[in-house]
Unconditional design. Structure first.
Length: 266
């Protein structure tokens, strides 16, 4: 007999003279019962930074049990029992993966656990690749490739440039509108707190951020050479030429900044 089928019987009375006729079969009465059938895989309804709600199919005359497993574990344990077919889990850690199963229970016992639902929580963006930098006259163009944002839109970049003392400082010369590139004037990098001089190397790092937080900072880029006006000429000296009383010989300390030529003004 199958689950839900009515158990039909006929009854006859017996005495010393023999057996009487059987009654007609009953049309109502006891039905065959068993534990509930296996539920289908739950489906995700909503999720946020640290919570998720999922649901599953309904059955009549049952309660539901929800089972979960800790990240990096295989042992499911009971979390919840209710007549409702939804469940919300709280305090989930961004970036972690969580697994859940559900089962229906009636007076005959507990049905088989459903296939598991896997919930990957949203996390901060991945670590970015090093920034690409190039120079164009007296400005530097920094470019980067957006990383995987793990379910949430990137809403900010933390872009830093190394100073002459190799200390990283966040740069806001691009304002808040830059998304995948930023142009910075050499004069900005020559000023505090960077204090870079012509000929020094410009190093930078970057990290992407979303609603959860910021990802790991990229490695230093390969760097580009700082350009700009040469430094002031120092130690200017002159002497009379030993071979001519009308000739003056000038000398000075070499200026920094990739000097291509010197100009002498009288």
């Amino acid at each position: 007999m199958s689950q839900g089928q009515v158990v039909k019987v006929r009854v006859a009375a017996q005495n010393s003279d023999g057996m009487g006729p059987y009654s007609n079969p009953n049309s109502q009465g006891a039905t065959i019962a068993s534990v509930p059938s296996r539920l289908n895989k739950p489906t995700l309804m909503t999720s946020s930074v640290n919570s998720a709600t999922f649901t599953w199919d309904t059955m009549a005359n049952v309660v539901y049990e929800v089972y979960g497993v800790e990240p990096n574990s295989t042992d499911f344990y009971k979390l919840y029992e209710s007549e409702y077919n939804t469940y919300t889990v709280q305090n989930l850690v961004p970036g972690n993966t969580y697994r859940y199963k559900v089962s229906a229970k009636n007076s005959c016992g507990l049905g088989a656990l459903s296939p598991e639902i896997i919930i990957q929580m949203q996390g901060p963006p991945d670590k970015m690749q090093p920034v690409q930098a190039s120079t164009d006259g007296c400005q530097v163009l920094f470019r980067w490739v957006p990383p995987s944002s793990n379910g949430l839109q990137v809403n900010d970049y933390v872009f830093k440039v190394a100073s002459s003392q190799n200390l990283l400082y966040e740069i806001d010369a691009c304002g808040s509108s830059y998304s995948e590139s930023c142009t910075v004037q050499m004069s900005t990098l020559a000023a505090a707190p960077y204090n870079l001089v012509p000929g020094s190397t410009i190093y930078s790092t970057i990290a992407a951020c979303n609603q959860v937080g910021c990802g790991q900072t990229s490695d230093y880029n390969a760097g580009v050479a700082m350009t700009g006006n040469p430094s002031t000429v120092q130690n200017l000296n002159y002497i009379m030429s030993p071979s001519s009383t009308s000739t003056v010989v000038l000398s000075w300390a070499a200026a920094s900044g990739g000097v291509s030529q010197y100009e002498i003004w009288q």
